[in-house]
Write a protein that binds this ligand. Structure first.
Ligand SMILES: Cc1ncc(COP(=O)(O)O)c(C=O)c1O
Length: 455
């Protein structure tokens, strides 16, 4: 399914199919604001090639045979050192298992936990659809636990009775909230009473305002399964990640990895180990932070200009922004309309198990400021045409607050831009929210203060 009209149908389905991300990737578009990828043009090709040449020159013939399913010892050591330097985790190399990304870590964990009698892993709501798909594929239930401005609601987790929870504490996907200190303590109490935590540390290193918060695993080794990868540091296509589990699950995890694939490919492991140990990966991270920050600022500026009714969430870290609208319309319709106009975005409702405000998850890291601006302008044009969007032409940003009005920048190509979905379809998909009346197009306090803080 690669053409735009079938993709639009898929986008509007209430429960996206398992292949929805592949379908969206394959759909043609001028500008791709999908979240989840770093600036791939910044991949350190020269350093990678240099390291790979050096490794091949030294590699013995026997090194090219079958290896340890837990991963190459050099990479397991390098990962242990990396986690100590960057995530506050003290771990022996012998405890690190190298996997094909967080996705494989989740697949292996579903088997291990399922065999231990765990039938449900609670997840954040909103939370990553992709992660939920992986857990469900492993026959686990995924009860939704609400996320508020302090992160996962531990009282709701306790009330759910779930034996385990998966969360993204360093930078919650998709809201960008960091799990607050009090919530961390509550979560530790919950785990101390027998709960199991799966920590998806998926883009923790990409913090712009201060050093990242330490991983939960650094405090709770006995109760936390920890997963990380280089997908947001180098490239998802490398398919390299790592997983740490409490000692009681170690043997079962290694067995699951052995039966999955006998271990990761050796060459990328050794190259990565060298980049980690030589400081190249930290240099890459510093470079990415600078580039990503610039792109994030471009996206915030574009949102202020073209989407004046949008509330921006999660700007302090990560590779994407989440925006919500205090209005009533189906965000899948907006995503479908955007795709028809050459711009890929993900609707927030994909990542929500319970009805939410309409919103979008917008990746900025892999796009130039020009593309970001054009992509967001397209969204603005589409929204202005929609009677229920809460966006009014002619008012930009929080100007109303400051007691003056500015004329909206004119939007070339506005004429003829229509929602592709009819209003009836939109209404059918509409989600009721607590504040269902369309608000005036001003930025709310949360967003304003966030923007002020980061400038
Ligand atoms: C929240 C979250 N966790 C995990 C993953 C999977 O990452 P990996 O490439 O390491 O498998 C993704 C992918 O984007 C993600 O968004």
């Amino acid at each position: 399914m690669t053409n735009v009209s079938s993709m639009k149908t898929a986008l509007k389905a209430s429960a996206p199919d398992a292949d929805i991300f592949e379908s969206l990737r394959a759909a043609p578009a001028r500008i791709d604001l999908s979240p989840g990828v770093p600036d791939l043009a910044a991949f350190p090709r020269t350093a990678w090639l240099r390291a790979e040449r050096a490794i091949l020159a030294d590699l013995s013939a026997s090194d090219l045979g079958y290896g340890d399913p837990r991963g190459a010892p050099a990479l397991r050591r390098a990962v242990a050192n990396w986690l100590a330097r960057n995530r506050g985790i003290r771990v022996e190399a012998s405890e690190v298992v190298i996997v094909a990304g967080t996705a494989q870590a989740l697949g292996l964990l579903t088997r291990v936990l399922g065999d231990d009698g765990i039938g449900a892993v609670a997840v954040e709501d909103p939370g990553s659809l992709g992660v939920r798909q992986h857990l469900r594929n492993g026959q686990l239930d995924t009860p939704p636990i609400p996320v508020d401005s302090h992160g996962l609601r531990v009282d709701a987790l306790r009330a759910s009775g779930a034996p385990a929870v998966l969360l993204t504490p360093a930078h919650q996907f998709p809201t960008g909230v960091v799990l607050g200190g009090r919530r961390r303590r509550e979560l530790m109490q919950w785990a101390g009473a027998g709960g199991l935590i799966i920590e998806d540390d998926y883009d923790a290193e990409h913090r712009y305002d201060r050093p990242p918060v330490p991983a939960l695993r650094s405090m709770l080794a006995q109760h936390v399964c920890y997963a990380g990868s280089v997908s947001k540091l180098l490239a998802p296509a490398l398919r390299v990640g790592w997983v740490l589990v409490p000692p009681r699950y170690s043997d079962a995890l290694v067995a699951a990895k052995r039966f999955a694939d006998l271990g990761n490919a050796i060459l990328p492991q050794l190259v990565l180990a060298q980049l980690m140990e030589s400081g190249q990966l930290e240099r890459q991270l510093r470079l990415l932070r600078r580039r990503h920050r610039h792109r994030r600022d471009a996206m915030i500026e574009a949102i202020r200009t073209h989407l004046p009714g949008a509330v921006v969430h999660g700007a302090a870290a990560g590779l994407h922004l989440m925006i919500t609208f205090q209005a009533e319309f189906a965000d899948v319709d907006l995503a479908a309309a955007a795709l028809a106009h050459g711009v890929k975005v993900q609707p927030l409702s994909w990542h929500s198990q319970h009805p939410n405000q309409p919103g979008l998850v917008l990746g900025y890291a892999a796009n130039t400021p020009t593309d970001i601006s054009q992509g967001v302008a397209t969204l603005g044009n589409l929204l202005r045409r929609h009677p229920d969007s809460g966006i009014q032409p002619g008012i930009v940003d929080g100007s109303r607050r400051r007691g003056r009005r500015r004329q909206a920048t004119s939007c070339p190509g506005d004429s003829g831009v229509q929602w592709d979905a009819g209003l009836a379809a939109t209404r059918a998909l509409r989600r009721r929210t607590a504040s269902s009346t369309a608000s005036m197009p001003v930025l709310r306090d949360g967003c304003r203060s966030e923007i002020t803080a980061i400038r």
